[in-house]
Design a binder for this molecule. Structure first.
Ligand SMILES: [Zn+2]
Length: 113
C-alpha cells in the first residue's frame, strides 16, 4: 500500500504551498504504468485529509497514457500496457516516455471570504 506514503507526501506538499490557506481541490496525474491504484489513492486521501488543510478538498485524477519512442525508427506511439513493441517497425528497441509518473498537476486554494 504505497498509496499511503504518496498521500502523506501530497499532504505535506499542499501544506507547504498553501501557506496556511485551506485547499479546495487537488489535481493529480497518474501514469497508467505507475503502479498506483487510483481507487486506493482516493480512499487514502479521504482518510488522511482529516484534520489537515485538505480536509474539505476534493481530489481529481487524470490518467496518463503509456507512450513509447522507438529507437529504431524514431516514432512515438501510444501503447497498451506492457506491450512495448513499436507498432510501425515491430522493433522491441523502445523507451518508455510517459506513463510511469505520478505528479500533482495543480492545487486550488479556497477563496478568502
Ligand atoms: Zn519503430
Amino acid at each position: 500500500m504505497h498509496e499511503y506514503s504518496i498521500v502523506q507526501s501530497m499532504l505535506s506538499l499542499c501544506e507547504k504551498y498553501s501557506k496556511g490557506k485551506e485547499v479546495d481541490k487537488i489535481v493529480v496525474k497518474i501514469g497508467k504504468m505507475s503502479g498506483i491504484e487510483p481507487h486506493f489513492l482516493k480512499e487514502s486521501f479521504n482518510f488522511f485529509k482529516e484534520n489537515t488543510i485538505c480536509k474539505d478538498a476534493t481530489m481529481q485524477m487524470e490518467l496518463i497514457d503509456i507512450t513509447i519512442i522507438c529507437e529504431n525508427c524514431g516514432k512515438k506511439s501510444k501503447v497498451d500496457s506492457y506491450n512495448f513493441f513499436c507498432p510501425y517497425c515491430k522493433s522491441g528497441n523502445t523507451k518508455v516516455l510517459t506513463g510511469q509518473e505520478m505528479l500533482i498537476d495543480y492545487i486550488e486554494l479556497k477563496e478568502e471570504k
